[in-house]
Design a protein around this ligand. Structure first.
Ligand SMILES: Cc1cc2nc3c(=O)[nH]c(=O)nc-3n(C[C@H](O)[C@H](O)[C@H](O)COP(=O)(O)OP(=O)(O)OC[C@H]3O[C@@H](n4cnc5c(N)ncnc54)[C@H](O)[C@@H]3O)c2cc1C
Length: 405
């Protein structure tokens, strides 16, 4: 059986020798360093080790999308997602953390040489970001943010609550989506801005308190609720992303989610592929009724369906990434791949658990971790229902009856 897409003729146009080399490097690294760390640390909800992050920095995984002039690899969404799929086979949070360089470099705070040095450090995994978009009352609808940024001279002063900020502690800065506190705004509703708040690694910013949220998976790093009480950050103009963006930062964030959605598809596919491989191995070795369970048609057909679904998602991801790199991908394609791959990953990891029987329902095998982590892919970076809404709105136009969307 073809265990990865390079064995299928359909991939030949996508997988150049350079891409295969990069994928295989990530695959070896995952087998040798990521998967053992996940098996050791996920059961105790431990953070991924700093040495692992440093190793990924040396391999260039944080700088795949960062231009070469900043020390990055200057490659595209395709290579980024190819590597993310491989890392997710080992541990989803490790596949996720590479986004904290690749897709964050535009929001790096600072100016001139100082900013350049930070982006160069980011390409090596030594300077990373976190995003505080969601709030207790604001998730899918980011236009409802209430955390406020008030301008005082050359500084923003941030006050309000944020929820679900992953890596708030480990990052070097937090990009905080805020409503601009402007009492003179027309109709009383001011625009939004993203403010990059720098802080020491391992701490929250001065004036910010918070607690880790007790989640059921996505271990390897912590996800925080945060309270900003007069946190100060410089107002910066220029390319750092820390400007008012015409008061429409939440729309800029929504646009950036396109790449994030392809990245989530890659993570989903990696999880599903790992579950498939573990299931094939288990089915061949587990004996019932005097024969390996892989002899039973019920199990064989599950494996066939799982492999087909994974491949369909992977080929869609290859297509969408190529479209992103060619500057042609629209919201509908990135929503489709995120929606299809994440729903697929939950189905496939659940079937994998079924193939393992009772053993799948223990923490002695990795299947339960794949399943817990796959469940999240349907929720973050825009829920499945939000992707369906985007796809349907593109095909049908917005609903005409208010309140039905
Ligand atoms: C482990 C984890 C890590 C996260 N990390 C981060 C992070 O680092 N930074 C960050 O900012 N956020 C992060 N998030 C937040 C994540 O992006 C949100 O959970 C997600 O956007 C959904 O928002 P919500 O949870 O408030 O759900 P809600 O928006 O309240 O949705 C609840 C339900 O209603 C449905 N729904 C909502 N609106 C519609 C609609 N118009 N039509 C149909 N159905 C609808 C949703 O699909 C969902 O089923 C994280 C979340 C989790 C669980």
């Amino acid at each position: 059986m073809a265990d990865d897409a390079s064995d299928l003729p359909a991939s030949a146009g996508y997988l150049t020798p350079e891409r295969i080399m990069m994928r295989d490097l990530a695959r070896r690294f995952t087998a040798e360093e990521v998967a053992p760390a996940a098996r050791r640390l996920d059961p105790i909800k431990g953070d991924m080790p700093r040495e692992l992050i440093e190793r990924m920095g040396e391999l260039g995984f944080f700088g795949i999308l960062i231009p070469e002039e900043y020390g990055g690899l200057g490659l595209g969404a395709f290579e980024y997602c190819l590597v993310a799929e491989e890392l997710a086979r080992g541990w989803m949070s490790v596949a996720s953390i590479i986004a904290r360089g690749n897709s964050f470099y535009r929001s790096v705070p600072g100016e001139g040489e100082e900013r350049r040095r930070k982006i160069e450090a980011m390409a090596k995994g030594q300077y990373l970001g976190a995003a505080a978009l969601s709030e207790p009352g604001t998730g899918s609808d980011l236009s409802g943010v209430t955390c406020r940024a008030r301008r005082e001279g050359d500084e923003w002063v941030i006050t309000g609550n944020k929820y679900w900020c992953t890596f708030a502690d480990g990052a070097d800065y937090i990009s905080v989506l805020c409503r601009i506190d402007d009492p003179d705004a027309p109709s009383g509703r001011a625009g939004t801005t993203s403010v990059s708040v720098e802080k020491p690694k391992g701490e929250l910013p001065a004036g910010c308190t918070g607690n880790p949220i007790p989640k059921i998976g996505y271990f390897g790093w912590k996800t925080w609720e945060l309270h900003f009480d007069g946190v100060r950050a410089p107002v910066r103009q220029g390319p750092s992303g820390n400007t008012e963006q015409g008061g429409r930062a939440h729309q800029a964030v929504a646009f950036g989610l396109g790449l994030a959605r392809a990245h989530t598809a890659a993570r989903s596919i990696g999880l599903a592929q790992a579950a498939l491989e573990d299931s094939i191995a288990y089915a061949k070795e587990r004996i019932q009724f005097g024969q390996p369970i892989s002899d039973f048609q019920a199990i064989r057909f599950k494996i066939a369906t799982m492999a087909t679904e994974i491949e369909a998602a992977r080929q869609l991801m290859y297509y969408v990434c190529s479209e992103i790199d060619a500057g042609r991908a629209g919201r509908i394609e990135t929503s489709m791949v995120k929606y299809f791959a994440s729903e697929m990953a939950e189905r496939v990891t659940s079937e994998a658990l079924q193939i393992h029987g009772g053993a799948g329902y223990t923490t002695l095998h990795s299947i339960e971790r794949y399943w817990r982590d796959a469940r999240l892919t349907k929720i973050f970076e825009g829920t499945s229902e939000i992707q369906q809404r985007i796809i349907a709105d593109t095909l049908l136009g917005k609903p005409t009856i208010r309140g039905s969307n």
